[in-house]
Design a protein around this ligand. Structure first.
Ligand SMILES: [Mn+2]
Length: 497
């Protein structure tokens, strides 16, 4: 709950951000270095957009991690640097190579020095952690960047901030006051619209049949993965799957047809093509279906919630909807097309069309990963285990684990650990928990750090973390890791009922 003092901190945070933004904009042709996920891409696109609005040059570069190699490269360029969606945890290492007056950080990760000693470092940094607010929930990099540049009053900066919030999964149930302010300001200007609706992916980009059949959160037994059943389901509700238009305007087609009859064109309908009443009908039918097919209550509850839309965009394209926009960015980032992701953010011509095939690949990998998980996840007592080595792509194994845990197929009363193989043949470990488990003491970051000691590297957040095990012929490392993980998780949750 927000105390008076905490909200005071927020006002200070916002005005501090503005100063950091102005400092950034005073830089001479800087390099914007950023992370590759949806939040990293949208936040750095906000920075680039701000420079474009002022017609000042800047360049951007993506890093998987801000490690010593990356820092070395930035230092060697001799340029001013704006570090986005990481940097706060590497400030000392940055300062070892780059003078403080050449660095601006816009981030929401934990600081590497106590916040009271931060001013001594002499660099410009926007991060809510400096004001005693948690960057895990209060603000993502994109909402932080928003407050750095919101004085430019730009629709795209507002859109991108909301995309980052959704992409960083900070849009659960209720928004934090900071993220809420981003949305409220967008609603006031008309750049953002909020609706209560089905949250499933594909409202914009999928036909009604694919929209339902690709639905994995929750997993709808009998519908998920079954196009025919989905078509019947929609049909039974009296909702049309397509619209037919007579080809009178399309005279060329008629002419080439040669039969002299009118050509009938079929337009497959998408969720947003339906009127409000039809959408409501479909939504409640899906919820009833989930109930009668014993989908777990938590997953049904999560089916409906706030969705964030951008009235300035065309209704029929992905970037109309914050969730689909962020999925496009995730697909680009996960498949090494970060530059394309940046171009989508900045609305460059042809970028979205090019990104679509990556989204399809991404969603297909997730879907087949989930189908595999449904058949092969085993219950290890302390956690669920998905051995996806050679079966689930390492680019999506974390997403698959998270979706599986919340798909309504299993009780999310324990975390899940997933294995996949990375391109070098190492075991990549992904773990996911829930907020309720974290409240009971689960900390996957600590667990992974301890359980991979000496046999791998990794870490992350309490609710989600990842690691890599060093390759070993015998597979001993994997066994050792699983035993340790079991021990640590049991210990973390031992006081829970
Ligand atoms: Mn982030």
């Amino acid at each position: 709950m927000a105390t008076v003092e905490a909200s005071g901190n927020r006002e200070e945070f916002y005005s501090h951000c503005k100063k950091v933004g102005e400092r950034a904009l005073s830089m001479n042709s800087p390099v914007v270095a950023h992370h590759y996920d949806a939040d990293g891409l949208s936040s750095s696109a906000i920075v680039c957009r701000a420079f474009r609005l002022l017609q000042k040059p800047c360049e951007e570069i993506t890093f998987r991690q801000l490690d010593d190699n990356a820092i070395e490269r930035l230092a060697a360029s001799g340029r001013d640097v704006i570090i986005v969606d990481f940097g706060s945890g590497q400030a000392q290492r940055l300062l070892a190579k780059i003078p403080p007056q050449k660095i601006v950080i816009i981030d929401h990760h934990v600081l590497d020095t106590p916040k009271d000693e931060r001013a001594k470092l002499g660099l410009a940094e926007a991060n809510c952690e400096l004001f005693g607010l948690s960057g895990a929930t209060e603000a993502c990099a994109a909402s932080t960047a928003y407050f750095c540049f919101s004085h430019l009053d730009d629709w795209l900066i507002n859109e991108l901030a909301v995309v980052g919030i959704v992409g960083d999964m900070q849009d659960k149930d209720v928004l934090s006051p900071t993220n809420q302010r981003v949305v409220d300001e967008g609603v006031a200007t008309g750049y953002v619209k909020v609706e209560k609706d089905l949250r499933a992916f594909g409202r914009v980009s999928r036909t009604l049949v694919s929209f339902i059949s690709f639905c994995t959160e929750p997993y709808l037994p009998g519908l998920s993965g079954n196009d025919k059943a989905c078509a019947l389901f929609v049909n039974d509700l009296g909702i049309p799957l397509f619209e037919e238009t007579k080809g009178t305007t399309d005279w060329q087609t008629t002419e080439h047809d040669g039969t002299g009859t009118e050509q009938v064109k079929r337009k497959w309908l998408h969720y947003y093509d339906l009127g409000f009443e039809q959408r409501q009908k479909l939504a409640s039918a899906l919820i009833n279906y989930a109930y009668s097919h014993k989908v777990k209550a938590h997953a049904i509850k999560a089916m409906v919630g706030n969705v964030y839309l951008f009235p300035k965009e065309e209704k029929s394209i992905e970037i109309y909807d914050a969730y689909e926009f962020s999925t496009v960015l995730n697909a680009c980032g996960r498949h090494k097309a970060e530059t394309l992701g940046m171009s989508v953010c900045l609305h460059e011509k042809g970028a979205l069309e090019q990104a679509r095939s990556l989204v399809t690949l991404h969603r297909t990998q997730i879907r087949s990963g989930l189908l595999y998980a449904r058949k092969h996840v085993s219950d290890f007592g302390a956690f669920y285990f998905l051995d996806g080595r050679g079966q689930v792509e390492d680019s999506v194994v974390g997403i698959v684990c998270g979706s599986f845990l919340t798909s309504g197929v299993v009780d999310p009363s324990k975390p899940i650990i997933g294995f996949s193989l990375d391109p070098n043949g190492n075991v990549k470990i992904s773990t996911r928990g829930t907020d309720a488990l974290v409240a009971k003491g689960l900390d996957l970051n600590v667990m992974l750090r301890k359980a991979t000691e000496g046999i791998g590297v990794g870490g992350g957040h309490n609710v989600a973390a990842g690691a890599t095990l060093f390759a070993d012929e015998s597979g001993e490392n994997a066994k050792r890791f699983l035993l340790k993980a079991k021990e640590i998780i049991e210990c973390q949750l031992k006081n829970a009922d």
